[in-house]
Design a protein around this ligand. Structure first.
Ligand code: LIP
Length: 271
């Protein structure tokens, strides 16, 4: 029997409530793929509607907490220690194209550290949840990172920059270094689910740059609670500020980080 805090229950219930409308909207988007106008405006409204439900539910339960939201930006609370970090649809491009791989992500930050996270994939009904010191779970099952120890047996996920995003050359250099040494690279399009999958042991690591705090906040605490490591490209804890994330199981985070630092010309931080 998992004993969860009241706050984590609030987060899980908010994600489930917001997901009901999102699944309905996703069904519409699949139909809109063939319309001349396309679904862009419809997805924007789905994003905003989902974020509105999340904000209402979380503010009702914890009215003093602040917010950092993908659509609504930063809203200070009377409690300056706590803030919610929310992505209503992580994997927006997937959602827009009718690709069933996206998630609602809610992180809770206390004094600059993410202490709880919920990532809900409503299409597959997979609710990942974690609290600092209490472990990470997929629905009711406790998770642990993969036990693989060798880079050449590892599958890593990443995010690929596109038109309007910087870092194309650095990405190609990093991808070349990783692909030459591992068993495979995957690009699914949701940073939140990439981190949740590292925590679940579905792959051994994940890296991306140019990422936003709301994409990764919830996943950071999940990987750490699963026994893995999450740093930025310097091997430090600056992910939420510099948009760099390197996550891995306890054996392969360091080898992955070293490959990426060498490929991108970074100097490893002193141990
Ligand atoms: C997405 C991330 C993904 C990244 C995309 C985008 P969004 O977040 O989850 O990893 O590669 O470019 O940033 O925009 O769907 O919330």
């Amino acid at each position: 029997m998992i004993v969860r805090s009241a706050t984590l229950n609030v987060m899980m219930n908010a994600a489930r409530k917001a997901a009901r409308g999102l699944v309905r909207d996703f069904g519409e988007v699949e139909q809109l793929q063939v319309s001349l106008k396309g679904p862009s405006d419809f997805v924007s409204s789905a994003d905003l509607k989902t974020e509105k439900v999340l904000r209402q539910e979380l503010a009702k339960a914890r009215p003093a907490f602040g917010f950092l939201m993908e659509e609504g930006g930063a809203v200070a609370g009377s409690d300056s220690s706590h803030r919610w970090i929310i992505d209503p649809i992580d994997g927006t491009t997937n959602f827009l194209h009718g690709i069933p791989h996206f998630a609602i992500s809610i992180g809770l930050e206390r004094d600059g550290e993410v202490i709880a996270g919920v990532i809900y994939d409503p299409i597959h009904d997979e609710l990942f949840h974690a609290e600092k010191g209490a472990g990470v779970f997929l629905n009711e099952r406790r998770l642990r990172v993969s036990a693989r120890r060798k880079v050449d047996e590892a599958v890593f996920a990443t995010g690929i920059p596109f038109k309007g995003r910087e870092g194309h050359k650095e990405f190609l250099d990093c991808a070349q270094a990783v692909m030459a040494n591992c068993a495979g690279i995957r690009r699914f399009g949701s940073a939140a689910l990439d981190l949740a999958y590292v925590a679940a042991g579905r792959y051994e690591g994940y890296w991306e740059t140019g990422i936003k705090p709301w994409d990764i906040a919830a996943g950071i605490v999940m990987v750490r609670e699963a026994g893995g490591w999450v740093t930025d490209l310097d091997g430090r804890n600056g992910m939420l500020n510099n948009g760099e994330v390197v996550a891995g199981n306890d054996h392969l985070h360091k080898p992955l980080l070293k490959l990426l630092q060498q490929a991108s010309g970074r100097t490893p931080a002193a141990d």
